[in-house]
Design a protein around this ligand. Structure first.
Ligand code: ADP
Ligand code: MG
Length: 606
């Protein structure tokens, strides 16, 4: 069953999106269509006038009629030129607007997807969904579709006229054209998956490129340039093979159309020549003028059909892009999963876990049967080995994930029934690797409160000890931090993140190894700031240095996804269990450092 569902997502044409798009742009599209009709009707004048030219003007030496005809042809040519120009102007602008709209809507959807989605999908892939795939719709809303419709209309009218001129010849030609059409349909069915695949390959290659450029220091440190070269080369070769195979397809179509056009030429010459040479008055007789306009009108039937081969490719491309976009859009966003939920209003900050179990991957439990209560305004510390599930537990508090079983209650209300937007606005978080955005230090602090004044920023900068290093920079708070904050040290980034969290003034504060990148001295300094910050807020702290958590109201010791001990610092020391063990180990280490102060070695993991 999942198989058929998958298939549908992969191959089903994105009619819904296409219809939506066309409907939204119906005004421009109908103006375009109107212009197209004028332009195409004007296009009939020249081929038709050649009949009058051959049959009326030349034999009768009718100069007056010639003048009139020249006038009419001149005027219609101008009309055609103007409408064609206006058409592509109006339609191309419309198409670019549609591309912009589509990019916006895909971006909005993607940023609102659940965090688990981002664990599974490469960012390069997502960037390509947002930036590249919408380009295809240019051909749907742009000149592509109107040209196709215009082509069909022109071809039909011209075809009717051909039938009127010589129906037997026309039916034979129709048969040839039908063969051509069948060939085309077949070819496009073959090409569509190739185009689809191209988008995927492109996304893969850009994604990896993005990573290897972002991680250029790691690449260089391990002299992995060659390996990255090979990975990239493989990617672009794949892309090349894909493009090459579609070029083969497209050129086969072109060759096929050439043959068809030639074949029709031969048919018209034989059958048409025969008709002209008949006695006038017999059935099937054509004048020379008839034959010439027949030839020109055949062009009007065939040219749009051949053109459609081109447009068909483009529209195929457009659909492939829309297909991929639709796939993303079918993934419900966090908001969509929560429509109709009652909003949160005031938050008190009582958090409790009731038998919470969680797993990232089916059958690999990461948290098992976690129950605890964090009363509003209290601090809960989590300690335990690395990989024991502390960050995961906190991820559940932040509603990045939901429990597999059990409940998380916020002020007694199940978190699964609370609108995330409401809830998250009460959170403040500092993590081990804090993400800074390209921009100034002030911008990065202000990220949690976009309209904060510089005075507010300075105030939180003092508490978080950002001020200390900012003062050493020439540009102060206006110092540019570089992409992902590369121009700051880990400890400096962490202090900026702390300042950001303080500025947010959150009801629930989460510090996940928030001071891990700081040396003990800076940490001690920031400690006061953080303790003040914790007052009156429900706080969660994960810290390897046990000195930072001694004042917590409760300490939960997590091992292998379970709470193995709980209590206050003194209670846990008395218990003489895992916590005591960790404490002793660290105590010895700190003592050692005290004795040999020169040695700044990494702090062992708690
Ligand atoms: P801690 O913060 O205590 O060091 P984590 O909560 O980060 O531990 O990780 C707990 C376990 O969950 C680890 O075994 C880790 O490999 C796994 N894990 C963490 N994040 C993910 C993820 N996004 N997908 C799959 N497994 C994960
Ligand atoms: Mg962690």
């Amino acid at each position: 069953m999942t198989d058929t569902k998958k298939k549908k997502i992969h191959w089903g044409p994105a009619w819904g999106e296409a219809k939506d798009l066309i409907w939204r742009h119906r005004k421009r599209l109908s103006i375009g269509l109107g212009l197209m009709l004028i332009s195409r009707s004007a296009g009939f004048v020249l081929p038709y006038s050649s009949k009058i030219f051959m049959d009326e003007i030349i034999p009768n030496k009718n100069m007056e009629l010639l003048q009139q005809l020249v006038m009419i042809v001149g005027i219609t040519t101008v009309i055609q030129a103007i409408t064609t120009y206006a058409l592509s102007q109006i339609m191309s602008v419309a198409a670019q607007r549609a591309i912009m709209d589509m990019r916006k809507s895909v971006q909005q959807h993607i940023t609102r997807l659940p965090t688990s989605f981002f664990d599974e999908t490469k960012s390069g892939v997502l960037i390509s969904r947002i930036m590249t795939d919408p380009e295809g719709i240019r051909n749907l809303v742009g000149t592509g579709l109107t040209q196709m419709i215009g082509g069909i209309l022109t071809a039909s009218v011209a075809f009717a006229y051909l039938l009127y001129l010589n129906w037997t010849m026309t039916l034979i030609i129709l048969f040839v054209l039908a063969v051509f059409g069948g060939g085309m349909a077949y070819a496009f069915n073959r090409l569509r998956p190739i185009f689809r695949k191209r988008g995927e390959i492109n996304a893969d290659v850009t994604g990896r490129l993005n990573e290897s450029l972002g991680g250029v220091r790691v690449v260089k440190a391990y002299t992995a340039e060659k390996r990255e070269d090979i990975l990239f080369a493989e990617g672009v070769h794949k892309l090349f093979r894909n493009v090459a195979s579609s070029i083969t397809g497209v050129s086969a179509i072109t060759a096929f159309s050439t043959v068809i056009i030639g074949g029709i030429g031969i048919l018209v010459m034989t059958l048409g020549g025969n008709a002209v040479m008949q006695e006038p008055g017999t059935s099937g007789y054509m004048t020379l003028g008839d034959l010439i306009s027949y030839l020109l009108f055949t062009g009007l039937v065939v040219a749009p059909l051949v053109n459609m081969a081109n447009i068909g490719t483009q529209i195929t491309d457009a659909f492939a892009g829309l297909d991929r976009i639709r796939e993303i859009k079918q993934t419900p966003t966090e908001g969509q999963q929560q429509e109709g939920m009652e909003s949160l209003g005031q938050l008190n900050g009582d958090i409790s876990f009731e038998n919470v179990t969680f797993e990232y991957d089916e059958g690999v439990p990461v948290l098992k049967n976690i129950s605890f209560e964090a009363k509003a305004g209290t601090t809960t510390a989590l300690v335990g080995s690395s990989g024991s599930g502390k960050s995961t537990l906190i991820g559940l508090v932040m509603a990045f994930h939901y429990p597999k079983s059990g409940r998380i209650l916020i002020d007694g209300r199940d978190l699964t029934n609370i609108p995330l937007k409401d809830y998250r606005s009460h959170l403040g978080v500092v993590m081990q690797d804090n993400f800074l955005f390209e921009g100034t230090i002030a911008d990065n602090i202000r990220y949690s409160k976009p309209h904060a004044t510089i005075e507010e920023i300075r105030r939180v900068g003092l508490v978080s000890h950002v001020a200390e290093f900012v003062d050493q920079f020439e540009d102060g708070y206006d110092t540019i931090v570089g992409e992902r904050g590369v121009k700051l040290s880990g400890g400096q980034r962490q202090r900026v993140a702390i300042a950001r969290a303080i500025l947010a003034n959150p009801d629930i504060l989460i510090l996940d190894e928030a001071t891990a990148s700081l040396d003990s001295e800076s940490e001690a300094k920031i400690q006061d700031g953080l303790e003040t910050l914790r007052e009156g807020r429900t706080s969660f702290i994960i810290a390897h240095r046990l000195s930072t958590i001694q004042s917590a109201d409760q300490i939960l010791v997590v091992e292998h996804g379970e709470i193995v001990e709980r209590g206050s610092h003194t209670e846990l020391l008395e218990l003489d269990g895992r916590y005591k063990q960790l404490y002793d180990k660290q105590y010895k280490f700190e003592m050692n450092r005290f004795i040999n102060p020169g040695e700044e070695i990494a702090i062992p993991e708690a």
